[in-house]
Design a protein around this ligand. Structure first.
Ligand code: CA
Length: 366
């Protein structure tokens, strides 16, 4: 009797397990083919490698159930139309930087780069543990788009100039490519700001259509050949203490994925967020040496009065943006409160350590 009951229980259990296996198999067979549009030249070093790595990771982790075709700027849509393409569903996802969308949502700029604001380590802390990601998603929710942080440049370079900058007056009348809030600050220092995608910078600088440009840092600037078009390479990149890159996903496309594929996608984005920054940290050093030693680039620090003026004007520009609408106010209040806290601690940790490790400071120039 007891044996009979046991056998029946085993049969029931086996049947249930069999059904579960069938369900799992059906799920495993459902495949998704996505498009990812980007604002970068296809396969561009650093930032352009991030989306490629993302697609590879998702393909491997999902065993081919979710595949993502990566498009460079202009291949499916222009670099500055990535957000619209994702919001409208032309592509399921995109990789870009949020300050390109300031025309849609001015507050988006706070998530990309704030002059004299937080660096990559601090931004990641605010976004992941300080409420930043929730605010970023609240901002994009109205467009039917989910955002994840997907890479960082680290502190950028100040840019390429075709003449020496010895005072604020030397900036007056220059034509320069610089996006975002930094461009607004430069504008107030008398610089005529021109915005253009990365792919057009070199030609514009070489032809004299612009007198100066910033792009990213030594690794990318070397790849673009900017040293062939301007002699002076300035630091530090006060305008972009980092740029944080974004992965954006159409809400309906995300909802169509089973839970495990959503988890795989989010995990791959988190990997890329770190690996893009690591690649910049690793490759900028050698690239800077190549620029100086092989291409005779003149490395220069911005004069103190230029930095002081830029910092004062940055306060104005950022405060005005924060006052421009309630969402901008809410985001910047959170940003600023976090920066104040992390700055106090980093003064006695990161900054104090840098000073202790290298009391001489910068010895590259003069
Ligand atoms: Ca830049």
């Amino acid at each position: 009797m007891q044996i009979k009951r046991l056998a029946s229980a085993v049969a029931m259990a086996t049947g249930a397990a069999g059904l579960m296996t069938l369900a799992a198999t059906a799920q495993a067979q459902e495949t998704f083919e996505w498009k990812m549009v980007t604002s970068w030249p296809k396969n561009f070093p650093g930032v352009g490698q991030g989306p490629e790595r993302l697609a590879e990771l998702v393909d491997k982790m999902s065993d081919g159930r979710l595949t993502i075709e990566v498009y460079g700027a202009g291949q499916l849509v222009p670099g500055f139309e990535v957000f619209d393409a994702v919001a409208e569903g032309t592509a399921e996802m995109g990789h870009s930087a949020s300050y390109y969308w300031k025309g849609k949502a001015p507050a988006a700029q706070f998530f990309a780069a704030v002059p004299f604001g937080m660096n990559a380590q601090e931004m990641n802390a605010w976004l992941q543990y300080g409420g930043g990601m929730e605010l970023w998603n609240e901002l994009y929710d109205q467009f039917g788009v989910e955002v994840m942080v997907a890479g960082a440049s680290g502190v950028q370079m100040g840019g390429w100039y075709n003449k020496e900058i010895n005072s604020v007056a030397d900036l007056d009348g220059l034509k320069m490519r610089m996006p975002g809030l930094g461009g607004e600050v430069m504008d107030r220092m008398g610089v005529a700001i021109v915005n253009m995608p990365g792919g057009e910078i070199f030609t514009s600088l070489q032809s004299g259509a612009i007198d100066a440009t910033e792009w990213i840092g030594p690794y990318n600037d070397l790849a673009f050949g900017l040293y062939q078009a301007a002699d002076y390479y300035y630091y530090p990149g006060w305008h972009e203490p980092t740029v944080m890159f974004e992965a954006i996903v159409n809400d309906e496309a995300m909802a169509s994925l089973p839970d495990d594929l959503q988890a795989i996608l989010r995990t791959a984005v988190a990997d890329v967020n770190q690996s893009v920054l690591d690649e910049y940290t690793a490759r900028n050093n050698d690239a800077l040496q190549t620029l100086i030693n092989e291409h005779d680039v003149q490395l220069k620090r911005f004069p103190d009065d230029v930095l002081a003026e830029a910092q004062a004007l940055s306060e104005d520009v950022v405060s005005e943006l924060a006052a421009s609408d309630p969402m901008a106010r809410k985001i910047y209040d959170s940003y600023r409160a976090f920066q104040d806290k992390v700055e106090s601690y980093h003064a006695i940790s990161e900054q104090a350590f840098y000073n202790a490790r290298n009391p001489e400071g910068d010895t590259t120039t003069e």
